[in-house]
Design a protein around this ligand. Sequence first.
Ligand SMILES: CC(C)(COP(=O)(O)OP(=O)(O)OC[C@H]1O[C@@H](n2cnc3c(N)ncnc32)[C@H](O)[C@@H]1OP(=O)(O)O)[C@@H](O)C(=O)NCCC(=O)NCCS
Length: 149
Amino acid sequence: MEITIRSPFNEKEWEDYYDLRYRILRQPWKQERGSERNEGDATGIHFGLYENGVLKAIARLDINPTREGQVRFMAVENNSQRKGYGKQVMLAIEEYCKMYTINEMILHAREIAIPFYESLGYEIIEKSHCLFNEIQHYLMQKSLRKSEK
Ligand SMILES: CC(C)(COP(=O)(O)OP(=O)(O)OC[C@H]1O[C@@H](n2cnc3c(N)ncnc32)[C@H](O)[C@@H]1OP(=O)(O)O)[C@@H](O)C(=O)NCCC(=O)NCCS
């Protein structure tokens, strides 16, 4: 099995990218198509994990003005969760950040995803927003300096 992590590179791949984001993070809450995108998509850095050329996991990295890396829209295809793909995408993002000396990472985790981020060394800072009046989020952070042991 060939695994590659990279940005989508043609129109079809971008369609698949936003479709996965929509199906995993918006559709189950009956949100409209299009709601999965925002203005940050123009400046964000996009990561896709391809299994034999088929997109299985995605995430966007934003570099905030304070030079923090913020991970957003992390999602793994339904039948491919708990196979380590989410972890591989997160590690690729962290490697990218280290390359650009972005050493502080933050993200807003859905409550259900907290054990996933904790397994990667992220710590809860505080309760943050509640999406669609339903999905409680928690601000989490990780210093990449610590993990350079
Ligand atoms: C949450 C999500 C991104 C995790 O990605 P994943 O590919 O399923 O997770 P991985 O297989 O890489 O998990 C790595 C480790 O995280 C931990 N972990 C992941 N999911 C977990 C869960 N539901 N409960 C407890 N631990 C979990 C485990 O330690 C796991 O290692 P293990 O499988 O060897 O035990 C993915 O399941 C997903 O897209 N879920 C739906 C959308 C979502 O909630 N996105 C997050 C938005 S903030």
